[in-house]
Every structure is written in structure tokens, then in C-alpha cells.
Design a protein around this ligand. Sequence first.
Ligand code: GAL
Ligand code: ZN
Length: 689
Amino acid sequence: MASLTRVPGLLHGGDWSPEQWPEAVWAEDLKLMNEAGVNLVTIGVFAWARIQPDADSWDFGWLDRLLELCHAHAVAVDLATATASPPAWLVRAHPELLPQTADGVRLEFGSRQHYCPSSPVYRAAAVRLTKALAERYHAHPALALWHIHNEYGDHVAECFCPESATAFRRWLRERYGERIAELNRCWGTAFWSQHYGQFEEIEPPRTAPGPVNPTQLLDWRRFCSDALLALYRAEKAVLDEVAPGVPVTTNFMSMLKSLDYWEWSRHEDLVSDDAYPDPADPRAQVTAAMNYDLMRSLKGGRPWLLMEQAPSAVSWRPVNLPKPPGLYRLWSLQALARGADGVLHFQWRASVAGAEKFHSAMLPHRGTASRGWRATVRLGAELRRLGEIAGSRLRGQAAVLLDWDSWWALELDDHPSARMRWPELLGPWYAALHERGITVDFVPPTGELDGYRLLLAPNLYLLDIATADRLTAYVRAGGHLVCGPFSGISDRHDHIHPGGHPGPLRPLLGIVVDEHRPIPDGAATAVRLGPGPGPRELRAVTWSEWIELEGAEPLAHYATGELAGRPAVTRHRHGRGSAWYLSCHLGSDVGPVLELPLAEAGVTPELPGLPPGVEATRRRAADGTGYLFLLNHGPAECHVPLDGGTDLLTGAEVTGGVTLAPLGAAVVRIPRATAPTPAPTPEPAEEHL
Ligand code: GAL
Ligand code: ZN
């Protein structure tokens, strides 16, 4: 089933800002949308001031005409609740809704997202606007999807104003059940005389003379994610009540630190993402693949939507490179390859005024004579050709554990090394699997681990006993767990697990850490991997540890420095599975180490022997039909041997293989009979989608 019942096939379109244009232009827009095969447009994202010119007047006429026009042209609407940019009249009447930084600086009107997440005035106004829109348009035949707000956490992810302080205290009272003694214990306030006599004494972690209490900072992160989520849910509740049956999304920002997307996605009907890989970054497609795998995983493998991407250059980097010919198409197909059911853009028609006037668009300033326009039309035609893949799914061959709580705690200050950042730890592990053609799913600590032979945890700094128990049970039952350094360190209050790291994972991993040895910037420690094929001499950077064996066997040793001769990588057989520990950060050298558990767990690539730079994934429809995506990110033409199937992009039957031009792609339909792998379990009946 396609992601939106009202729009069959794959979704194509983008953000459209008709409020920036005279109405006369709209008719041309819709004619061109039809030409480009656009079937979904996002409307109203920044139109609050236009819809509600002052506290007591509403202007829906233009929106009525717009939706009618869309409907008449068979273009469905993703209607925004328009709440991301409060209008000047509201700010003037209530300057207290403006956000404040940790230094007490008030962020003023004149850009966007100038609101305090905990402001009752802002929230009431946002809910009122959402309600007005929902009441007016809930039954409109053009409406296919609600788009709540825009990119929560962009620009302003936290606010330190007095309203936020009140909300933080309320949140803490609830979390600690009104028990200030419990808060004192969990925050470790015996340290530096930080004891609180009552909740009223607590403030947000504003800029202070020295290091701020780490548990206060950790709770603050949790609170900030929850505060924005509460706003989202307030709008969602209105939509669910007034417009039941219309699916709801809000556009995520890939792997964003400030919001716990596991929690957020539970309250969405459809996950959508904004992705802006940098054409100047030769490895951008690896990070993009990782982000897309996360988006697919957030709802257990259900199709997601690429809500925004740039057709070519963005305008917010210091230097904004356009996408070279072919890259736009390739990166669009990459989102589909990783489970998206559509490709939308920022934005439809290039603006002539405002901060984003140099941002690329589906319809560039030069108009239909431009190369950009031809690329838009071509992509639309190709998406139509690929329509049958909508609703099909893919599943990773291995899983990566991702826990926002642990991410937040890992990156608090005053650690042995400030270089231990989650993206830097995860990135090389993901890249090593990606290079080997392994697709991964992400799982939360409470997620279903059973269907995976291999589970990777590049870092688990914060780890509660319950999760450690689940990991232990997973390995005992035959799973393979690979755990990175600086793991099992603290509990959920960021108190160190006593008795030696990695705390509750010690029996499972069969090692104990005696001392952390961060590696200075620019330096490296050699690590020698035991006998076997491939590179044996690796480089550890950023981090190493003095570990002692408690049942595990060493697979690699440090070869230089003070740790020379000591174990660096270990394996511990436990029950029917194995637990592996990497005591150092191997950066881009991690691949040969990960090959060991990959082999032992029997995890093999979707398509072995691919030329370098070729990405392959397989989506499967409920009836067993397979869709093999072959994407050539490399600079050279290459050939992928393959027998049978139809390339949906060209219509050609595949015999002997597929030749891929540089930046070329194929999407091969493989009928069920020749696709022996079992089909995924059918989707449960869904209310909204
Ligand atoms: C996104 C945002 C859009 C637009 C775009 C430009 O982050 O949601 O409104 O600003 O970036 O790349
Ligand atoms: Zn605030």
C-alpha cells in the first residue's frame, strides 16, 4: 500500500509558498506541476501571518482558492499547521514568548522559529491556528497529509527564559515524584554544595562560572526534547479530534541530537525527513544512507517520506555547490532504495526575496528553459515509472543500537576526552558495513532484537541494568553483540556503575577496564589483528583502554605505546552467541575487525562482489516481488552481473547483467519465483495510512 491512501504510487513534489507570489502565478505553477508529475505539495509552512493578519481576523480566502486549484489539477496537499514562525503582532503583544539563550540573550523577531517551546501564549496561539485550519479543511478532497509545524529543534532547540524555568521545574517534580531528596540523590548534589531545599530553587542550566551539574544537564536535554514534543502533541491532538483519518507527520532532521526521535515517531502516522547531503562531500551518500536507514527504522521498517531535499544547491553553507548532472537523480533514488515512498523538495518555485532566494528549487529562477527544470520533469517521469514499489519494504541484515539518552550523556563535559562524540563513533562502523554491502536497521534499547543475528553498539556510555540484561539474554540465545569503547559507564542518572567498567556488561563481555587512555589529537596507537586475511596492522585514534581479560579471548593487541602487548579487541563466548569488545576507536580502520563478527554471525551482503561505489538494496512487496536498487556513486562505468528481471527505469529485460554509467542507476523488478527470500510479514491494518 502506498504511504498515502489518497495518492497512489510514489510521492513527488515539494514545499510551495504561494503566499510569496501574486495569484496569477498559481495557475502556471499548477500547470507546470502537472507537467512534472507533481502529486503532493506542502502548503502554508510559513504562512501564519498571511492566514491570521491579527489576533481576531482570519484570511482563508486565498487558501480556499489554492486548495480548489490543487484539487482541480489532481495535486494533493500536505497542509502545514503554519506554526513555525509566529507573526509580528503576536510577538509584539507577548514579547515573553521569544526564546532566550543560556547567556540570557533574547532572540528577536525577524527570522523564524522565534518562540519559547514552553511559552503558554505561543502554545495557545499555535493550537488555535491549528484548530482553525483543521476545522476549515479537514474534509477537503485535496487534503492528503497534515504537516505539523516545521523542523522542531531547528534554530531553537532549547530556551532558558523564566517560562522555560517554570516548565523545567514542573517536569522535574513529575519525574522525581515531588521528592526533592530523590532529585538531590540522582543529581549528586552533595558535590560542590549543590544541594536544593526545594524545587523552586532549581533553574535551567544557564551559563555558570564552571562546569554545570551533569545530571542537571542530562535531565535538561530530556526536558527540552519533551517540551518540543508536548507542543507537537498539542497540535496533533487537535488534528486527531477535528480531522480524524488524515495522516499526520512533522519533518525530522535526520540524526538530530536534540530530539529523541524514537519517542517522537510514536506520535506520528508517517515519518518524514529533510535531508541535505553536501555535494562537496565525497562521502555524503554514506551519511545519507545512514540517515535514511534511521528514518525507515523509526517505525519498524514502514515506508517513510523524504519531505525535503534540495534539487541542487542550498544557500546556508559558507560555499554552496550545485549538484553535478545526475547526482540529483541518484540521490533521489537513494532515498527510495532505503525505503522512502516519495521524494519532495525545498522548494517548488525559487523565491525572489528573503533569506533563501539563492536556494535551488524545482522551478529555478530561469524557469522552464533551465537544466534544473528538465531534471525536475525527468525525476517526475521516473517516479511514475517506479510507482509499483510504493509500500514495499526492506529490512537490514544487522542492527545498530541507538539510544538518545546515552548520546546525550556521552557528550556531556568533563569526560576523559571531549572527542568521544556519537556521530564520530558511529560513522566509521556504519561506513564499514555500508562498504561491505550490509544494510542496517537501527533499534532502540527497548526494541525487538530477535530477528537480528548481529547487533552493533558503537557506544553505550549510559546503560541501565535492564538494557544490559536484555543484551545478555540476546547473546545467550545465539546473538552476536559488538560493543565499542567507553560503554557501560554510567546509569541513567549518569552515576558511574561501581566495580569497574563496563559495569553491567562486564560478565557478558568477559573483560574489565582498568584505565581509559585517550589518544591525543593527531596521534595514533598501532593495533595488530590476529592471523587472517586483510589488513592486520590498524590504527587506533582518539581512544584506547587498558583492559584485563575475565574470560574473553583477545583477537587484537596494541602494538605501540604504553599499552603495547595488551589486548585491544576481544570476544567472549556466552551461551549460544558471542560478545565482542573493541577497547579503542579504530576510526576508518574498523572494517577488518567488524568482518570477524559479520562472518561468525553469517551476515552477508545483499549482492556479493559489487564494484566499489555501487550501493545495492532490495525492497520487497507483500506478494514477494523484489525491487533491486543498484546505484553507482563512483566516477566510472561498471557492470553488475545479474540474471533476470526488468529494469523499471528503462523497461529493459535484464540478461547477463546491468551496466551502470557514472552516477547511473537501475531498479530491477525480480518476480517472486526468482526471489526465493521470504516476503516480509504483511502490514498490519492501519487506521490512517
Ligand atoms: C529546511 C527548512 C526549509 C528550508 C530548507 C532550506 O531546513 O525546513 O524551510 O529552510 O531547510 O534548505
Ligand atoms: Zn523559554
